[in-house]
Ligand binder design. Structure first.
Ligand code: ADP
Ligand code: MG
Length: 497
C-alpha cells in the first residue's frame, strides 16, 4: 500500500513535471510568436519615424520642387498648373450663379445667390445625381448630354426670383476634377481620365466647349465663366468667408493642394501680368516624391501593385484611398510570420483594399476599455474572431503609426508651401495671418489624423508663428467655390483687366 502510494506519487510527480514542461514549451512558442509580431511592428515603426528634422527635409524638398515646377513645364514631378484664376472672390460678389461639380461617381448642380458686400450667401440649393456607369466609359456627347439635361431640369424648376435680368446670361462655374491643361479661366483640354472614367473621344478636347455644345443641344442658355478643380474651388470658397485664406488642401480619397503665387515668381508664365499680380497654382502635390520620404517595403509593394506604379507617391502615403491598405499589408505580414490571428492566415486579410480608411479610423478612435470596435471590425471585415485585447491593442498601435506618418507628412507639405510663400519666418510687426482652407473626407472625419496634422505644423513653425496659422474646414468649397469664381470672373464685371 505504502509502496504503491509512492509509485503513484512518483508517476504523479512525473506527470506534473511533463505537463509543466509542456506548458512552458507552449508558452515559449506563443511568446516567441508574439515577440516576432512585436519585432515586425517595431521595425515598421522605426522606418515610419517622422522626426521634426526629417519633416523639415521633406518641406525643403517640397519647396525646391515647387520652384522647379514653376520654372518650366515638366520641370518637376509637381506640375504646378497655372489655373488662370488671378482673382479670388472678395466677398462683394452679387447675383445668382451656378456651379457644376463633376469628378466622382456623383455630380452636382448648384445655384448660389450672393448678397453683395456683407450680404454673404443669401440662398443656395443643389441637386445631386449619379453618373450611370455606361456613361463613364461611353462617348463624350453622351456624358455631356446627360449632364446638360440635368442642368436643364434644375433651371426649369427654379423660382422666378432667381431668373436673370433681361438680356443677361446665366453664368456657371465648372468644377472638373480630372487632369486638365488649362488654356484660359474658362477653357482647357482634358489630358486623361481617372477615377473609373474613360471617354477616349473627349481626350484632347476643350472640356468647356464639350459642355457648351451639349447645353445648346439641351436648350440651356448658360455661359461657363470659370473652369476649376476641387482644390481651386476650395481655395475660392475659403477665401470668400476668410479673407486671409492663401492655401487650400484636400485630403479625401486622394490629396492635392493649391495656393496663391506671385506672378513674378512663375517663370513659365508668359502671359500678361494680371492686375492682382497673383495667380492660383494647382500643385497636383499628390505626385510629390523625395528621397526623404520614409518609404517602407509595404509602400513599395503597394505602389508596385497599384494601377499607377511610380506615380502619386505622396498621395499613397497620406490619403484616404491608401491608409487602410497600408495597415492591411502590415497586418498580413504579422499574420503570416507571427501567426497572431491563428495558425492559418485569415483569407480576407489577403484581399487588397478590403480594409478601408474609415474602418481604420473607427478602430483608431475606439475608446472602449475592451476595444470592442476593433474586435467587431476585425470580425466583420476580415472574419477574424476571438481576438485578445493584446492583439487589438496591437492593431490600434498600427493604425496610429500609419495615420501619424501620413498626417505629419501632409503637415510637412504645408510647411513647404508656407516656405515657398515666405510665411515660415516671423515678420517685423508681427506675423502675417495665414488661413489654410481644408476639405475632404479624411480631414473631416479622421479626428486623430487632423489633430496630428494641425499640431505638427504648429510645432514645426514654432510658438511665435503657430498662432498666425489657422486651419478652417471649407465645407463644400468645391461646389460653392466654383460658383464664386464664376462671379469673380463674370463677363459682366466692368473692370476685367
Ligand atoms: P473624394 O475625395 O472622393 O472627392 P471625399 O472628400 O468625401 O471624397 O473623401 C472621401 C474619402 O475620405 C474616402 O475615400 C475615405 O478615404 C475618407 N473618409 C471618409 N470617411 C472617413 C472616416 N470616417 N474616417 C477616415 N477617412 C474617411
Ligand atoms: Mg471631393
Amino acid at each position: 500500500m505504502k509502496k504503491s502510494t509512492v509509485v503513484v506519487a512518483v508517476v504523479g510527480a512525473a506527470t506534473v513535471c511533463a505537463v509543466a514542461t509542456l506548458i512552458v514549451k507552449h508558452r515559449m512558442h506563443k511568446s516567441s510568436k508574439w515577440g516576432r509580431a512585436v519585432a515586425i511592428i517595431r521595425e515598421f515603426e522605426e522606418k515610419c519615424v517622422t522626426k521634426d528634422s526629417k519633416l523639415k527635409q521633406v518641406a525643403d524638398a517640397m519647396t525646391v520642387e515647387m520652384h522647379a515646377g514653376l520654372a518650366s513645364e515638366g520641370g518637376s514631378k509637381l506640375k504646378m498648373l497655372i489655373t488662370y484664376v488671378d482673382n479670388l472672390p472678395t466677398g462683394d460678389e452679387d447675383g445668382v450663379f451656378y456651379a457644376l461639380d463633376l469628378g466622382g461617381t456623383n455630380f452636382r448642380v448648384l445655384r448660389v445667390q450672393l448678397g453683395g458686400k456683407e450680404g454673404g450667401i443669401v440662398h443656395q440649393e443643389f441637386a445631386e445625381a449619379s453618373i450611370p456607369e455606361s456613361l463613364m466609359v461611353g462617348n463624350s456627347d453622351a456624358l455631356f448630354d446627360y449632364i446638360a439635361a440635368e442642368l436643364a431640369k434644375f433651371v426649369a424648376a427654379e423660382e422666378e426670383k432667381f431668373h436673370q435680368p433681361l438680356g443677361k446670361q446665366r453664368e456657371l462655374g465648372f468644377t472638373f476634377s480630372f487632369p486638365v491643361m488649362q488654356t484660359s479661366i474658362n477653357s482647357g483640354t482634358i489630358m486623361r481620365w481617372t477615377k473609373g472614367f474613360s471617354i477616349d473621344d473627349a481626350v484632347g478636347q476643350d472640356v468647356v466647349g464639350e459642355l457648351e455644345k451639349a447645353m445648346k443641344r439641351k436648350g440651356v442658355d448658360m455661359r461657363v465663366s470659370a473652369l476649376v478643380n476641387d482644390t481651386v474651388g476650395t481655395l475660392a470658397g475659403g477665401k470668400y468667408t476668410h479673407k486671409d485664406v492663401a492655401v487650400a488642401v484636400i485630403l479625401g480619397t486622394g490629396t492635392n493642394a493649391a495656393y496663391v503665387e506671385r506672378v513674378q515668381a512663375i517663370p513659365k508664365w508668359h502671359g500678361p501680368v494680371p492686375k492682382s499680380g497673383e495667380m492660383v497654382i494647382n500643385m497636383e502635390w499628390g505626385n510629390f516624391r523625395s528621397s526623404h520620404l520614409p518609404l517602407t517595403e509595404y509602400d513599395h509593394a503597394l505602389d508596385n501593385e497599384s494601377l499607377n506604379p511610380g506615380e502619386q507617391i505622396f498621395e499613397k502615403m497620406t490619403s484616404g484611398m491608401y491608409l487602410g491598405e497600408i495597415l492591411r499589408r502590415v497586418l498580413l505580414r504579422v499574420a503570416e510570420e507571427a501567426g497572431v490571428f491563428g495558425d492559418e492566415v485569415p483569407p480576407k486579410l489577403k484581399e487588397a483594399f478590403i480594409l478601408r480608411t474609415p474602418d481604420m479610423s473607427a478602430m483608431h478612435h475606439d475608446s472602449s476599455s475592451d476595444l470592442r470596435v476593433v474586435g467587431d471590425k476585425l470580425k466583420d471585415i476580415l472574419e477574424i474572431s476571438n481576438t485578445s485585447l493584446k492583439t487589438r491593442r496591437l492593431v490600434v498601435e498600427l493604425c496610429n503609426i500609419v495615420a501619424t506618418r501620413g498626417a505629419r507628412l501632409a503637415a510637412a507639405g504645408v510647411l513647404g508651401i508656407l516656405k515657398k510663400m515666405g510665411r515660415d519666418t516671423p515678420r517685423q510687426g508681427g506675423p502675417e495671418k495665414t488661413v489654410i482652407a481644408m476639405d475632404g473626407g479624411l480631414y473631416e472625419h479622421y479626428t486623430e489624423y487632423r489633430m496630428v496634422l494641425e499640431n505638427s505644423l504648429k510645432e514645426l513653425l514654432g510658438e511665435e508663428l503657430a498662432t498666425s496659422i489657422v486651419f478652417v474646414h471649407s465645407n463644400d468649397g468645391s461646389g460653392i467655390g466654383a460658383a464664386l469664381l464664376a462671379a469673380s470672373h463674370s463677363m459682366y464685371l466692368e473692370d476685367k483687366s
